[in-house]
Ligand binder design. Sequence first.
Ligand code: FE2
Ligand code: FE2
Length: 193
Amino acid sequence: MNRSREELMKAVREQMPEHRWAHTEGVMHAAVALAKRYGADPVKADLAALLHDVAKYWRTDKMEQIIREQLLPAELLEHDKSLWHAPVGAFVAEYEYGITDPEILDAIRYHTSGRENMTLLDRIVCLADYIEPGRDFPGVDHIRELAEHHLDQALVAGFDSTISFLLEKKRRIFPLTVIARNSLLLSMENNQA
Ligand SMILES: [Fe+2]
Ligand SMILES: [Fe+2]
């Protein structure tokens, strides 16, 4: 790692308004707690959470340029801009902050959408983003309760809330989120068998 954790925290904090930094700290705490509970590496969870929203407040034209130039999935450009900061954030984490661990980069890349066969770290960062203490949306307390004992059930409930919200607002659903949810449900069925 090129920079110390403190230097990284300072650099990330400068990229966002104070309320988003408070969210980032909440996700860091939640991700470390989940990592300890479910047997992932807490140091990786902490770093991925620290960087997950690094590009959240970047200008959309700058994000679009990175998506085009770095050949990130062009499909993103047809979907909600709120999805862009995740893959752009992974790019920034690698090329500006020197993160080389592919597991950490993937956890950043897929923290909003999810993906098929999510790794343990992917699931932890994605769930931590839903349940950090500053979050307040219908059903969040139920997801927090599930997260105490059932990582995958909690994450499915998180995706359910996202998808329900989009359905209600008559907005398009990013296909990778549906794929992620199906994949989690399938692995839960297989684990029961
Ligand atoms: Fe995010
Ligand atoms: Fe976030």
